[in-house]
Ligand binder design. Sequence first.
Ligand code: COA
Length: 260
Amino acid sequence: MTYENILSEKKNGTLYITINRASKLNALNKLTLEELHHAFTNAFTDNEVKTILLTGDGEKAFVAGADIAEFANFSVEEGKQLSKVGHDSVFNLIENSPKPVIAAINGFALGGGLELAMSCHIRVASENAKMGLPEVGLGVIPGYGGTQRLAQLVGKGRAMEMIMTADMVNAVEAHRIGLVNHVTPLEGLIAKCEEIIAKIHTKSSVAISHAIKCVNAGFADGVNGYEVEIEEFGKCFGTEDFKEGTAAFVEKRKAAFPGK
Ligand code: COA
């Protein structure tokens, strides 16, 4: 599939997905969401892809939100559908990716943009980044998981304030409150993500998939994360990666994980 609004490139086991609508500050319109769905779904089954790095084109914005022009005239039912399709096809999909997803936040991450970054497993922000959920200023609320994931990441009180005031936080503040894992100068942003990715690539990708599932289980409704952990822990013992990892330890050498 040829994409119009995203770029996707594979390099050294990482799929780099860049949202490529800089003239609209990479705002998420319907086509962009469909392309993201397609790119992520393909990556999950592509054996050459071990990790996914998501960023925005240009130096101004990661993603400035859902495309306001596109939904301005929506009805109640259309609004509900917009949210539901987004949750299912992109935001939950990314959060539950079996492969690590890192957001490189290179500028504004607002509304759906911050929600997109929060769906990723790890967030690294550049010093110029600004993040917020400004939806109540438009008479709407965050609809791509923002009310849930922001509270999970920064706590209920801070999430309430950020959502109610629609205030943006800068990268330093975002780091302080746990919204992003690291802050770097813009020119070092991708390199910092690649440093994290390089570490991940030396570990068992199979074990990492199981771990992602367990961490997410703790935040899922009606699911006991501890029970999921017991199950997933057990499954690891049947993998080739486990045999290699433990053998390498005993033999005092670096593990060469087969990824199975
Ligand atoms: N949806 C649709 N278009 C958007 C957009 C969005 N969320 N965010 C920015 N754009 C478009 C602008 O309409 C403008 O397009 P135009 O040149 O055709 O008029 C272009 O991107 C550049 O944005 P502009 O507002 O001129 O840049 P700025 O530097 O003055 O302001 C922001 C930057 C991020 C502060 C401002 O664009 C903004 O507030 N965007 C909306 C943020 C938001 O509310 N997001 C949540 C949506 S639910």
